[in-house]
Structure formats: structure tokens, C-alpha cells
Design a protein around this ligand. Structure first.
Ligand SMILES: NC(=O)c1ccc[n+]([C@@H]2O[C@H](COP(=O)([O-])OP(=O)(O)OC[C@H]3O[C@@H](n4cnc5c(N)ncnc54)[C@H](OP(=O)(O)O)[C@@H]3O)[C@@H](O)[C@H]2O)c1
Length: 293
């Protein structure tokens, strides 16, 4: 396996996708939900390690970081600023709003326009930017008309406070309803080699050139467990199961931007080295068959 210490910017080997047509990122990104406390609440257990993870991500050539106002809340965005500000010109930071937090592991959909605008203002301040590159509606709130939720984001874009608009956990029908209101640059749905319920959404994104950001791409660590379904094929390949999972995702679609999360530098390095794993079409097919599709 490629040595990450001897290979600067290894993430660039994952190729490039242009989010919204004009924001180029290396396709293997980083999810910053795990740099906060348990239950995605409060400060991280090891603050120095959390800052080191963020700095190492950029050293490794990662140019796309996903976060949200609700991670902490606010703590993930503030740590990103502390670790990485002033930001490299090629770094794209995506954040989200639309989930209110009342305690550890407690999440509530909240899409009222005033709330979404307030959270965008807080994200601008916490990240220390004048414009958010990609602002994602974390969930569609069924209690608020979609046109009002997206209307708030369109206003923010018209004011120059956000660049592109993304969605999270949507169906194909919700994606097309949203696109009737405004251009959508990205969709973030749960997706992993072992969890492919959003296959239809991925196909739609591929057809329309929309970035697809699979969340929990290594099945929240399940792919790394000794009983990982990918353990035997990974061993044959001389890579770890997590690397095989991430590599499979990168091969699965050119619009795929995996955002694996971790709180540890060693895991970040292992995950990012997946950018240099090469699979043949036959191997990708074999893994797909093996996992049951
Ligand atoms: N849009 C949404 O609704 C939504 C929901 C959830 C997440 N997300 C985003 O998606 C990102 C990824 O999702 P996720 O963090 O839930 O799941 P994930 O990336 O599939 O897995 C993260 C978990 O796996 C462990 N892990 C990662 N790499 C590992 C390795 N090489 N070996 C062993 N364990 C490893 C991590 O523990 P360690 O910390 O010990 O490495 C962590 O507990 C998040 O960070 C966030 O940005 C979005």
C-alpha cells in the first residue's frame, strides 16, 4: 500500500470533481462530525488530536471538508477555523443548517427561514469566511413549505453570503422539487458499499452532474471491524477493508465525493491512502456482487 508519509497530497489521486461546475475539489474529502464530543455534542475528548486531524487532512491533499452548524453545535466549525485559518485557496468548506440540537444525539428538523438565516450568519462567523462555498439544507422540514426553506437559501445566495446550495437525505422526487425552485449543486445521503438505499438518487445526480456526498461511507466504522464484509477481498488486495470501501465508492461514480469522518490522525491517513488504490472494472463488479447487488 502507498506510504502516505512518502506521498505528499495523496488525496489528489482520487481525481477532481467541480461542485456546481466551478468549485474543483479532490474527490476524497473529509467529514468533520467526529472532531467533537460523543453524541456529536460538546468539545472533543482530545482537542489537540482533533486540530491535528484537520491540519493533516489538508497536508494530505484533501480540499473538501464537510461540517455543519449542529456538530457540537458550532464546535466543529470553530475547530476548523482554529486549525486552518487563513484557508488555502483551494480548500472548499461545506456546512449545513436545518437541524436544531437539544442534547447529545438529539436532532430536530427546523427549517423556518429565520432560523436557517441565523445559522448561516453563525456559520460565517464561526468559519471566519465572507461567503460559504456550499450551504446544505441538513433536512427538509416537513412542517415548512420547501419553497420557504430554499427561498431563505436563495436570499442568502443573492446577498453573496453563500455560493452553492446543497441538500441532505432527499428522495429523487424531493431533489426534482427542489431543482424546480433553485439549482442544486450537491446531495448528501447515507451511502456505503454495504448500504445502498440511495442508488436511485445517486443515478439522478450522475445524470445531472450533481455532486453526491455519501455520508457514513465506511458504515460508521463497521467496514473496519474484524468481521468487515470486505476483510477477505481487502486482504487479497493488500489494503485495509476501509480503503477498499472508499476506493469502491470512488469507482462507483464520477460524481461521488466520500467524506469519511474520524477523530484520529492514524485513521485519517489510512482512509486517505484509499485515493491511490487501483481497482479493475472486474474487481469493482466482484465487490458489488459480493455485497449483494
Ligand atoms: N448529512 C447527514 O445527515 C450526515 C449524517 C452523518 C454524518 N454526516 C457527515 O458524513 C461524515 C461521515 O459520516 P460518519 O462520520 O458518521 O461515518 P463514517 O465516516 O462512515 O465512519 C466514522 C466512524 O468510523 C470510525 N473510523 C473511521 N475511519 C476508521 C478507520 N480507518 N479504522 C477504524 N475506524 C474508523 C471513526 O472512529 P474514529 O474516530 O475512532 O476513527 C468513526 O466512529 C461525517 O463526519 C459528517 O461530515 C452527514
Amino acid at each position: 500500500m502507498t506510504d502516505v508519509h512518502a506521498t505528499p497530497h495523496i488525496a489528489e489521486r482520487s481525481g477532481i470533481f467541480r461542485i456546481g461546475g466551478d468549485l474543483p475539489v479532490h474527490r476524497l474529502g473529509f467529514g468533520a462530525m467526529r472532531v467533537v464530543g460523543d453524541g456529536v455534542w460538546g468539545p472533543p475528548r482530545d482537542r489537540d488530536e482533533a486540530l491535528a486531524v484537520l491540519r493533516r487532512a489538508v497536508d494530505l491533499g484533501i480540499t473538501f471538508i464537510d461540517t455543519a452548524d449542529s456538530y457540537g453545535p458550532q464546535i466543529s466549525e470553530r475547530l476548523i477555523r482554529e486549525a486552518l485559518y487563513p484557508y488555502a485557496d483551494d480548500l472548499v468548506i461545506a456546512t449545513k443548517a436545518g437541524l436544531a440540537r437539544t442534547g447529545p444525539s438529539e436532532w430536530h428538523k427546523l427549517g423556518r427561514p429565520a432560523y436557517l438565516k441565523q445559522q448561516a450568519e453563525l456559520s460565517l462567523r464561526n468559519l471566519g469566511v465572507e461567503r460559504i462555498d456550499l450551504f446544505q439544507l441538513h433536512r427538509i422540514d416537513p412542517e415548512v413549505p420547501l419553497a420557504d426553506q430554499l427561498g431563505a437559501l436563495v436570499e442568502l445566495r443573492e446577498q453573496g453570503k453563500i455560493n452553492h446550495i446543497g441538500l441532505s437525505e432527499v428522495t429523487v422526487d424531493e431533489l426534482s422539487a427542489a431543482r424546480a425552485i433553485t439549482p442544486i449543486a450537491s446531495v448528501q445521503n447515507q451511502y456505503a458499499p454495504s448500504f445502498r438505499q440511495s442508488e436511485d438518487v445517486l443515478e439522478q445526480c450522475e445524470k445531472d452532474g450533481i455532486a453526491f456526498l455519501p455520508w457514513a461511507p465506511v458504515a460508521r466504522g463497521e467496514m473496519a471491524a474484524p468481521e468487515s464484509p470486505l476483510a477477505s477481498i481487502a486482504a487479497e488486495h493488500g489494503v485495509t477493508p476501509v480503503q477498499l470501501a472508499l476506493s469502491w465508492l470512488l469507482y462507483r461514480s464520477p460524481v461521488m465525493i466520500p467524506i469519511p469522518g474520524t477523530s484520529r490522525v492514524a485513521h485519517l491517513e489510512e482512509n486517505t491512502a484509499a485515493a491511490s488504490v487501483r481497482l479493475s472494472e472486474a474487481e469493482v463488479e466482484r465487490i458489488s456482487q459480493f455485497l449483494g447487488s
